[in-house]
Design a protein around this ligand. Sequence first.
Ligand code: AMP
Ligand code: MG
Length: 532
Amino acid sequence: MLTRTLIPLAEAPFDHDFARALPGEAGPPKTPRQVERACWSAALPTPVAAPRLLGWSSDAAATLGLAAPDHREAVAEILAGNRLLPGMRPLAACYGGHQFGQWAGQLGDGRAIVLGDLPTVTGERWEIQLKGAGLTPYSRGADGRAVLRSSLREFVCSEAMHHLGVPTTRALALVGSGETVVRDMFYDGRPQAEPGAIVTRVAPSFVRFGNFEIFAARGDSERLRLLADYVISRHFPELGQPGPGAYAVWFDEIARRTAVLMAHWLRVGFVHGVMNTDNLSILGLTIDYGPFGWLDHFDPDFTPNTSDGGGRYAWNQQPGIAQWNLLRLGEALLPLVDDPECLEGGLETYSRVFEAEWLRMGLAKIGVVPGTVPSDDAALLGELLSTLRLAEVDMTFFFRSLINCDPYHLPADGLPSEIDDSFYSPTTLSQAFVRRLRAWFADYTARLVADGVDEGSRRARMRVVNPCILPRNYLLQQTINQVEVGDLSGLEALLAAVRDPYTEKPELAPFLGKRPEWARSAPGCSALSCSS
Ligand code: AMP
Ligand code: MG
């Protein structure tokens, strides 16, 4: 058996393919400005006072071929941006974006700095990016920094999503900066100094829809093409040589991946919170964890982002918004193709793949095998979801406890006792709700009988798509509170718990609970803002 030798971070063979292959600007550094004709700007991290390694993902490290840190101080220096390694060429990417439906012009990496990329022995290449590493030419009026609370949330959630099987950027480490950052958490005129941090993000590429939009908006077809060709050749090699014939197929593949991602978000009850086009990955990854959240009780209209009063990015709006964002990307790619209609296939692919994937995943959540009549399948799933919104039911708990119900022996009246715990107030369920859910159970059983589904396979199917452990916002907030006073034990335990989110283990009891009542409307738990 081949064993891979893990190398210490300080000896990692860094490279900088993005900077070498694409046009950028070497300077002048940092002054916020419009950066024309460049895919990136050189941007050195600004050193911090007292870096401290707060968290380390051994899974992400293993993927990169990195050994566990022997000298935590030395690793913290590197991942705070205080010390550069040979081969690194730090840069901030230039991109634009549509924010909340409006073209916002140039945005760019205002606080994220790619140090370089790390080729692995298995032939992959991973970009290593520090978020919160200081000013760049794209910092606009802001400080280039990030607070510990948002960095910890991103660190844990990136790794959790990976283990949930949801495409995502990864996170290698969380480093406290030893400095404070001033934030007005709820934009209510009460700014406070908070501990600062830097999260090390890892992905094959951090290119977003907005990287293409900025060149299209500026009429810079040359850079648009260079970037598209780069992304195709490095990240979509299966599509063959970049060129006029490849763009439509590429757009189709981006649409397909985005559709799959949206189905996964719905499956696990994830709400991204800020699905602006600068926050959609060209690789179909979850990217830029900010005011994200989870559906604790099943409310499809929920968004945790208090800056999104209209619910534009609520859980059930996400698939439609992704499609809207793909339209913006398609428009940006128009200068690359002779016939605009060739990109329309991608939009059709999006709708088709999303419908199919969501139905497939949704049916798996209830242990049902897709049948020959998709509209019957959709009706069975749709009726359950419409019913669940009529009571306060914990989405994660409900689907996990449905595994334990015996649909072949339903009670003569009332609901199966196994689902009792999934309700936030089980004693106040309305008669109408109980009747409707009972009726659904009857249809469900009939369907299982018609399909000849045995209990073993029903349960097995459900166990692999219905997580029991999510980094719920209240768990993250409890962990933040501990880390802010110097106790790292909770962070390690949470990170360990999210590594195996589909297996209920007694020792993980502290992470298995429904949202506690205190967290219903607590800041950081159900209400978050973009201030991070
Ligand atoms: P986000 O909503 O976090 O994806 O950020 C939107 C834009 O604002 C991106 O261009 C970020 O780089 C930029 N940005 C957010 N926070 C800061 C900050 N503290 N300093 C500089 N730029 C920031
Ligand atoms: Mg962003």
